[in-house]
Design a protein around this ligand. Structure first.
Ligand code: ADP
Ligand code: MG
Length: 328
């Protein structure tokens, strides 16, 4: 059975179990049309072995499962609590990058994300039968860098915040390559890394409110030598539980590292209720998509977004680029 057939089977199982998996949306089908040679599906262990083998072939050091020693937290004086920081997001800066903005509610990109967010929101807050456990924790990931995780995470968060009576917390979890400061014009610290390493900080101390009602941000923080490892730490698991349960009607969207680049992204995924897997059409090899999917096969709901697709190939919903030249 090809990976796509497996994915379709899994979607069907989820559907039967009551989860919303974007009925009628073409994610899996689009990929199916692109798969040329059916390949076996690796188990996560086999996938990891293969990835490690590939890394050692490439001469890079292989990191095994994150085994973390307790993180020494500096003894600091209690932080002085300040009024929440509020940043004014520059809508022109957002628009220039193709991001959704509240002043253009009917753009093509806004329409595309309306479709993408619908099943995600329904899974998080739907009636009892459709509610997914921890469904308000949504991780946006991909196999490789540059596939559009940050673009998708920001657009998804903006789209949900703008149109629904739902608050959204957008977290920069790609701590080794944080991008929010550049994309959104926001500061980068203190943020997630400080929350994970300092006892004296609470979520409210790093959370940044924005001029877009309902949208708050947690930046990545200052690069720490164990930044990526921290994502797989017990502190992170505790923080995620806190974020998910403190305001159960709040959606939390995580930008995250690519699955094939770090083992921590895979651990992070296990805590999430929903995973949005971004695949750059044409650019990503089928094998890499398969490997990445095999790493999250035990995670709740996985939705695929085919990004940077040519309109003529996959229809308007996924034709973000249209006829424009690709920027990456
Ligand atoms: N659908 C899209 N339309 C236009 N630009 C895009 C799209 N997806 C990604 N990009 C651009 O491609 C580049 C890489 O995307 P990015 O979101 O940073 O990838 P990642 O976070 O996965 O590394 C960025 O310059 C981003 O703005
Ligand atoms: Mg990114």
């Amino acid at each position: 059975m090809s990976l796509i057939e497996q994915a379709a089977k899994r979607l069907e199982e989820l559907r039967r179990a009551g989860a919303e998996v974007g009925e009628g949306t073409p994610e899996a089908a689009q990929l199916a049309t692109r798969s040329e040679e059916p390949e076996r599906i690796p188990t996560p262990e086999a996938a990891l072995r293969e990835l490690n083998a590939r890394r050692s072939l490439a001469g890079t050091s292989t990191r095994t499962e994150a085994r973390l020693e307790p993180i020494a937290r500096p003894a600091l004086a209690p932080a002085v609590r300040h009024a929440p920081v509020v940043v004014e997001l520059d809508l022109e800066l957002l628009k220039a990058q193709g991001l959704v903005t509240p002043d253009v509610p009917r753009s093509q990109i806004a329409d595309e994300f309306r479709v993408i967010k619908r099943p995600i929101v329904r899974n998080a807050f739907g009636r009892a039968g459709t509610r997914v456990a921890n469904g308000n924790l949504v991780m946006v990931t991909s196999a490789l860098p540059g596939e559009g995780k940050t673009f998708t995470a920001i657009n998804l968060a903006l789209s949900i915040a703008m149109e629904l009576d739902t608050t959204v917390l957008l977290v920069d979890g790609d701590v080794a390559h944080p991008d929010f400061a550049k994309r959104l014009g926001t500061r980068n610290s203190p943020g997630l890394l400080e929350l994970l390493t300092r006892d004296d900080l609470e979520v409210g101390d790093v959370l940044v409110r924005t001029n877009i009602d309902n949208l708050s941000i947690i930046p990545a923080g200052v690069l720490h030598h164990r930044a990526t490892e921290l994502l797989a730490s017990e502190q992170m698991a505790i923080l995620l539980r806190e974020l998910a349960t403190r305001y159960p009607d709040r959606m939390i969207v995580f930008d995250s590292p690519p699955l094939l680049a770090t083992t921590e992204a895979r651990v992070l995924a296990t805590h999430m209720g929903q995973i949005v897997m971004v695949v750059a059409a044409d650019d990503t090899r089928q094998r890499d998509v398969e490997l990445a999917l095999s790493m999250i096969e035990n995670c709740g709901v996985v939705l695929m977004v085919l990004n940077k697709a040519d309109k003529t190939d996959v229809g308007a919903y996924y034709g973000y680029y249209g006829d424009e030249p690709r920027s990456a």
